[in-house]
Design a protein around this ligand. Structure first.
Ligand code: ZN
Length: 347
């Protein structure tokens, strides 16, 4: 009999750079010893992300951009979390072997010397076990979406709601970016998609068969307001994510100081970040590692970027394929020095 005990985890995505511009938002800063470090990587080009919208897109979004804000409900995350807990025991769990990564006993992110040891992967700290091969290391179960071994079912299917439906084009653009990257990495093959936005619209109700994308107002987690949150539940026996629902505080994303293009790109970027959580990726706040799971100030072009970085592709490849490619895990900086993708701070 399989255990139906489930682990719920909640990932809040606080864009610390927003604090200065939005009233009523507590200030939030990262470890200064980290933020003062300079990335050895050159800042990537904008990939035309701000100029990708056609005149027809512009006209459409000019008309609708205020509409979701007018119909927002204040959102009780705690209540949703409680409902998730009571619902999760009824979820169908696909059969899958768990997958592990190895790290030094107790973590020790700063002392990593083997690139196979750590990447920005979600896992349950309390379920890491001392490795049978090496008592100085422990094996931790990777939290991830189910991959259909037959390669037929899409990996992550997302449902829009009445509120997010008008922004379908925004979400589909991000899905196309994930799909293209996954295909190139050999994660998906043929018609299988890594991310698929379903045509029908869902309710904002807890349903383990549906991952939803919803706009809400006043997203507060542990007393801190955030731009987006992904509430996720996984099976501790296999690490499979059974439900991952994304909530976006759209009022915070569509800031009055932004142009239309910036607003849409900021929404794409936040959605891309939340999707990373839905795949089982963790925050990465290392200044040495550009990642969609990192956060950047809105003065930085990377704030508007939704395309996956090499680091993100390395993480997804590690989670979703059986390959271990050291070349993917090392980055060459502008001076030609090689260093390991680093995970300095994570929560
Ligand atoms: Zn986040």
């Amino acid at each position: 009999m399989r255990s139906i005990f489930l682990v719920l985890f909640l990932v809040s995505c606080i864009q610390q750079k927003d604090a200065a511009k939005v009233a009523l938002v507590p200030s939030f800063s990262i470890d200064p010893s980290v933020s003062e470090l300079q990335s050895p990587l050159s800042v990537p080009p904008m990939n035309a992300e701000l100029s990708q919208w056609s005149e027809a897109d512009r006209e459409y979004f000019e008309k609708i951009i205020e509409s979701p804000i007018q119909s927002l409900d204040s959102f009780d995350l705690q209540q949703y979390k409680e409902m998730s807990k009571s619902m999760m025991g009824k979820c169908q769990i696909p059969r899958a072997e768990p997958k592990y990564f190895r790290r030094p006993k107790g973590g020790g992110h700063r002392k990593i010397y083997d690139p196979s040891l750590i990447l920005g992967i979600s896992f349950d700290q309390e379920r890491c076990k001392i490795s049978s091969d090496d008592p100085q290391s422990e094996d931790c179960m990777i939290i991830r979406q189910w991959m259909d071994p037959a390669g037929k079912r899409n990996v992550l299917e997302l449902s829009l709601t009445e509120r997010t439906k008008p922004f379908r084009a925004v979400f589909e653009r991000v899905a196309a970016q994930y799909n293209s990257a996954a295909k190139k990495m050999g994660i998906t093959k043929g018609d299988q998609r890594f991310m698929h936005i379903l045509p029908e619209v869902a309710n904002t109700e807890v349903d383990c068969a549906k991952h939803i994308i919803e706009f809400v107002d006043g997203l507060v987690n542990d007393g801190t307001r955030s731009d987006g949150t992904t509430l996720s539940a996984s099976d501790p026996d296999s690490g499979l994510i059974l439900d991952a629902d994304m909530f976006i505080d759209i009022r915070r994303v569509l800031r009055s100081s932004f142009t239309l293009e910036e607003s849409l790109s900021a929404l794409m970027s936040l959605f891309s970040h939340e999707s990373g959580h839905a795949y089982g990726m963790r925050h990465n706040r290392s200044p040495l590692t550009d990642s969609i799971m990192n956060t950047y100030p809105s003065s930085d072009p990377r704030f508007f970027r939704s395309m996956l970085y090499d680091y993100d592709k390395a993480v997804l490849s590690f989670q979703y394929t059986d390959r271990y490619d050291p070349a993917l895990l090392w980055q060459t900086d502008v001076d030609g020095n090689k260093y390991l993708w680093s995970l300095i701070a994570s929560d």
